[in-house]
Design a protein around this ligand. Structure first.
Ligand SMILES: Cc1cc2nc3c(=O)[nH]c(=O)nc-3n(C[C@H](O)[C@H](O)[C@H](O)COP(=O)(O)OP(=O)(O)OC[C@H]3O[C@@H](n4cnc5c(N)ncnc54)[C@H](O)[C@@H]3O)c2cc1C
Length: 395
C-alpha cells in the first residue's frame, strides 16, 4: 500500500470493529467513536456462516473464533407440532464446499475477539455522532459533546438507525416488518442432544418459526422465536419480556420447545425492521456499512456476516491506488449487488418460514423432501450461494 489514510469509524458494533481490523492490517490510521460509554454486547447468539468465517481467517481471528464456538452438524427443519423432519442440510461438508466451517458463537465472544487486536487508545467512548460531511476532500464527524474529528474517510458503522446515513441521504425510517422476535440464551452445564439437536434447528409453524442452536461451546442454547404480529414493537435488543408470554404465544408447539422455554432465566423481545436496498452508500469522503447500509431480516442469518464482509472489502478498496471518493465508489459497487440480493432473499425466506395455509405448507414440505433426496445442500435455506462467496478474494 502506498498511502496511509486517517479513517474515523462511527460505531463499535460488529461491522465497525471488522472494518477497523481490516483497515489497520493495511496500515491505515483508525479511530473509533462509539456512543455507549462502555464497549460490550448483548447476550444472544450469532450464526457465523462460512462466508463470514473466511473473513475472520483473513483477519487472523479464525482460531480464536473456533475456540469459543459450537460446530453444528446440520441445518435442520422440523414441524412445529410433531417434530417431524422436513429437511436436513449437512454442514460437515462446508470446508470442502465453501472453504470454511459453519460456526455458532455468542455475540459477546465475537465482539471481544474483534476488539482484542485493537489498541484501547483508538476508541473514544460515550460520544454520539450528530453530523458528518466532506469539505475540500476532508471528511468530518461532529459529536453531541461538541467535539469534532477530521479524517480522510468517515465510515458510518452506526447500525440500523444510522445518523451517518441520515446526514448523507436524508431521513428515511426503516420499515417495521410486523415480525416480532423473542430471544433467550438458555444456560446448559453440558449439551443435551435429546432436548436440543447439535444443529441449527428451525421449527416451522403457521405464522412463525423458532430457531435453536448451541453457543459457548455447548454451555448455552440461543433461542430466537419469531412471530408475525399486528402490533408495532420497538427495535431494541433489551426490551424485557417474560417466559409466560413466549409459552402462551407458542402454546400448541412441540413439548421439547416448552421444556427449553422453562429453563430460560431472561427473555427479551424486539421488532424486526428492514429497508429496501439504498440507491447509494457514499457521498464525498463518507460512506456506510452493515445495518446502516442494508438492515435485513435475520432469516438467512446474514446481518453480521454482511457487515463483516463489508468491513473487509472496504479495507481492500481503500488500499488501491485511486482517489478516496473513487475507492469508496468501488467499495459500493463491489458490495451493493450482493447485500441487496441477500436483503431481498431474507425477506422471501421469512414468507416461506411463516406460511399459514396448510396446503401451502404441504407444498413447501414436499419440495423440501424431494430436493433433499436429490441434493441435501439444495434443500431448506438453499443458501450455498451466500456461503461460497469469498470477500477476501474480491479485488
Ligand atoms: C433476531 C436476530 C438474529 C440475528 N442473527 C444473526 C446471525 O445469526 N448471523 C448474522 O450474521 N447476523 C445476525 N443478525 C444481524 C446482526 O446482529 C446485525 O446485522 C449486525 O449486528 C449489524 O452490525 P453493525 O455493526 O452494522 O451494527 P450494530 O451491531 O448495531 O452496531 C452499531 C454500533 O453503532 C453505535 N452507534 C449507533 N449510533 C451511533 C451514533 N450516532 N454515534 C456513535 N455510535 C453510534 C451503536 O451503539 C453500536 O455499537 C441477527 C439480527 C437479529 C435481529
Amino acid at each position: 500500500m502506498s498511502r496511509k489514510l486517517r479513517i474515523a469509524v462511527v460505531g463499535a458494533g460488529i461491522g465497525g470493529l471488522a472494518a477497523a481490523n481490516s483497515l489497520r492490517k493495511r496500515g491505515h490510521e483508525v479511530s473509533i467513536h462509539e456512543q455507549v460509554p462502555q464497549i460490550g454486547e448483548v447476550g444472544a447468539g450469532i450464526q457465523m456462516t462460512p462466508n463470514a468465517v473466511k473473513v475472520m481467517r483473513a483477519l487472523g481471528l479464525e482460531d480464536e473464533l473456533k475456540s469459543v464456538s459450537f460446530m453444528p452438524q446440520a441445518i435442520l427443519g422440523l414441524d412445529y407440532r410433531t417434530g417431524r423432519k422436513l429437511f436436513r442440510t449437512p454442514l460437515d461438508v462446508c470446508d470442502q464446499l465453501y472453504g470454511a466451517k459453519y460456526l455458532h458463537v455468542h455475540r459477546a465472544d465475537l465482539h471481544r475477539i474483534l476488539s482484542q487486536p485493537l489498541p484501547e487508545s483508538i476508541f473514544r467512548l460515550g460520544v454520539k455522532c450528530v453530523d458528518v460531511g466532506t469539505v475540500n476532500d476532508t471528511a468530518y464527524a461532529k459529536f453531541g459533546d461538541g467535539s469534532e474529528v477530521e479524517a480522510d474517510v468517515v465510515l458510518g458503522a452506526d447500525g440500523i438507525h444510522s445518523v451517518v446515513r441520515e446526514k448523507l441521504f436524508g431521513e428515511d425510517a426503516p420499515r417495521f416488518t410486523y415480525n416480532l422476535c423473542w430471544r433467550m440464551v438458555v444456560p446448559f452445564d453440558e449439551p443435551d442432544f435429546n432436548l436440543v439437536a447439535p444443529a441449527s434447528t428451525m421449527w416451522f409453524g403457521p405464522n412463525g418459526h423458532i430457531v435453536t442452536y448451541y453457543v459457548k461451546g455447548g454451555k448455552g442454547v440461543n433461542v430466537v422465536a419469531c412471530q408475525e404480529t399486528t402490533a408495532w414493537t420497538a427495535e431494541s435488543w433489551n426490551t424485557q419480556a417474560t417466559r409466560e408470554e413466549v409459552i402462551e404465544a407458542y402454546k400448541d408447539w412441540h413439548p421439547r420447545l416448552h421444556k427449553l422455554f422453562m429453563k430460560a432465566d431472561h427473555v427479551f423481545k424486539w421488532g424486526l425492521f428492514d429497508r429496501d436496498p439504498l440507491q447509494a452508500w457514499c457521498k464525498g469522503n463518507v460512506t456506510i456499512l452493515g445495518d446502516a447500509a442494508h438492515p435485513m431480516l435475520p432469516y438467512l442469518s446474514q446481518g453480521a456476516a454482511m457487515a463483516i464482509e463489508d468491513g473487509y472489502v472496504l479495507g481492500t478498496a481503500l488500499s488501491a491506488d485511486t482517489s478516496v471518493p473513487e475507492a469508496l465508489q468501488h467499495y459500493e459497487a463491489l458490495r451493493k449487488p450482493r447485500t441487496s440480493e441477500v436483503q431481498l432473499k431474507a425477506r422471501e425466506q421469512g414468507k416461506t418460514n411463516h406460511l399459514i395455509s396448510p396446503m401451502a405448507r404441504l407444498r413447501r414440505d414436499i419440495e423440501y423432501y424431494i430436493r433433499g433426496l436429490i441434493n441435501p445442500q439444495a434443500t431448506g435455506l438453499k443458501a450455498g450461494w451466500v456461503y461460497e462467496y469469498d470477500a477476501t478474494a474480491v479485488a
